[in-house]
Design a protein around this ligand. Structure first.
Ligand code: B12
Length: 398
């Protein structure tokens, strides 16, 4: 039986019977009508060089605990669709991020402030597959991928000529920049493939210099273990203590390597997909509300957004870190309540850390009470935080 992820698309009214460049021209026009920002086509051959780079990346431990990055061949599109002949790679622009140093609210990466891009992209790719069958006038088989299948999406996009891989490892679309999400339609229809573009980053190192945690350890090399996007979204355990202050008030992802990219600054203002905005204000989320959110409030907040990727407790953990970094002692009662009563030990532990950052008598009393918390890790965090109250930070708040 065929993989249920593979869909069949028949031409409407017999179709147009286009081929070659005429077909590609029609496909581009349809992609624009559907709302995509850019489109390019790659052959379906294996990405051998990229496979080696991926292997070396994992072998060095840069993939942190991203288990899904291991064990499957991510370099072979035809593994997703037997008989694949082309991969149509599309870019969908999201709102432009702004560089937020510190704020009273929790910032959410620009790509995640509207409807979940997986949902938006999949709907649009299915429409594109229908339009392609109609333009070609033949039945096609297709497989839609948006982060949802083992594929090296940026490498495919680069091979197709959609853009080039920058030093941040972001795919940069000439004239548009980095602020795009990628999606693919792997199909059994032959289409004229594009050529890689010759542009590059030159001597620029803005993204390496701006990364708050130094996660871009060398050009084209991201250490996921340090990346704030990984730490706030993919990492479900305790955040390494030395990285917490560097996360600032980001509660879901980070845009800094994009926000400083000159290819974004020089791009002409371009409409983004309206679906990718409007659910979460650019100013971000109210941190205390996030810290104390119950299941109902959490579900309402994340419904049909990319924030679904993280659990309520992970969001609350991130809110605790952000409150510790925001530096406003007005948050100590909320953090003390979380430390005393949050059902998750992960959240209680990070609330203890945050109280240690803020200091003051309320924080101290809450931390002392937590020394008898039933969870050993929370007791350890509370003891450490109490220790830090006597350190240099305490003197910042006379
Ligand atoms: C795992 C993953 C992550 C991990 C690891 C990041 C990483 N750099 O790999 C974490 C959680 C940290 C992450 C973070 C983010 N991610 Co992410 N992520 C992915 C995912 C699922 C796989 C990426 C991958 O294959 N990594 C493996 C490494 C080895 O590949 P790579 O870093 O891309 O490196 C390749 C090139 O750099 C190249 N290369 C290496 N050396 C050299 C040298 C030269 C000269 C050249 C040309 C190339 C080159 O070889 C590598 C292997 O092919 C993809 C979706 C997908 N299926 O592809 C999304 C994806 C890459 N992520 C995306 C986004 C938006 C983000 C964030 C911006 C989210 C945010 N705002 O918080 C950050 C950006 C961080 C960053 N600078 O990469 C988008 C990127 C869109 C774009 N324009 O590029 C993707 C494509 C999802 C999508 N469908 O749109 N992500």
């Amino acid at each position: 039986m065929e993989d249920p992820a593979i869909s069949r698309h028949a031409p409407a009214d017999g179709g147009l019977g286009l081929e070659g460049d005429a077909l590609l021209g029609r496909l581009r026009a349809e992609a624009e009508r559907i709302g995509f920002t850019a489109l390019a086509v790659s052959g379906a051959l294996r990405l051998s060089d990229a496979a080696e780079r991926l292997e070396s990346w994992s072998a060095h431990g840069y993939d942190a605990a991203l288990d899904y990055m291991r064990g499957t061949d991510r370099a072979d599109p035809s593994a997703l669709l037997p008989g694949a002949r082309s991969v149509i790679v599309v870019a969908l622009a999201h709102p432009t991020p702004v560089l937020i140093r510190r704020s009273a609210r929790g910032s959410v990466a620009a790509y995640a402030r509207g409807t979940d891009y997986h949902l938006v992209m999949k709907d649009k790719l299915r429409s594109l597959a229908d339009a392609l069958a109609s333009a070609a006038g033949v039945d096609i088989r297709a497989r839609v991928a948006v982060d949802t299948a083992p594929l090296l999406e940026r490498e495919l996009a680069a091979r197709a000529g959609l853009g080039f891989v920058g030093k941040s490892t972001m795919l940069i679309v000439p004239g548009v920049g980095t602020n795009v999400m990628l999606g693919e339609l792997v199909t059994d229809l032959a289409l004229p493939a594009g050529e890689p573009v010759s542009a590059g980053c030159g001597a620029c190192t803005a993204c390496l210099d701006a990364c708050p945690t130094g996660a871009i350890v060398a050009p084209y090399l991201v250490d996921a273990r340090r990346c704030i996007s990984y730490l706030t979204i993919e990492h479900h355990g305790s955040i390494p203590v030395e990285l917490r202050p560097l996360i600032g008030t980001r509660v879901f992802g980070c845009d800094d390597c994009q926000a400083v990219c000159p290819f974004d600054a020089s791009a002409s203002p371009r409409p983004f997909a309206p679906e990718l905005a409007g659910r979460i204000a650019p100013e971000g989320l109210e941190l205390e509300a996030l810290l104390s959110a119950g299941n109902a409030r959490y579900r309402k907040l994340v419904r049909r957004t990319a924030l679904r990727r993280v659990s309520r407790d992970v969001l609350a953990r991130n809110a605790a870190v952000a409150l510790g970094n925001a530096g406003d002692r007005a948050a100590t009662p909320a953090l003390s309540r979380a430390l005393a009563g949050h059902p998750s030990a992960l959240v209680r532990g990070h609330a203890a850390w945050a109280l240690g950052q803020l200091g003051g008598p309320v924080a101290k009393a809450a931390l002392e009470a937590a020394l008898v918390d039933p969870d050993a890790e929370v007791r350890r965090e509370a003891a450490l935080a109490l220790g830090s109250l006597d350190g240099p930070r305490a003197r910042e708040y006379p």
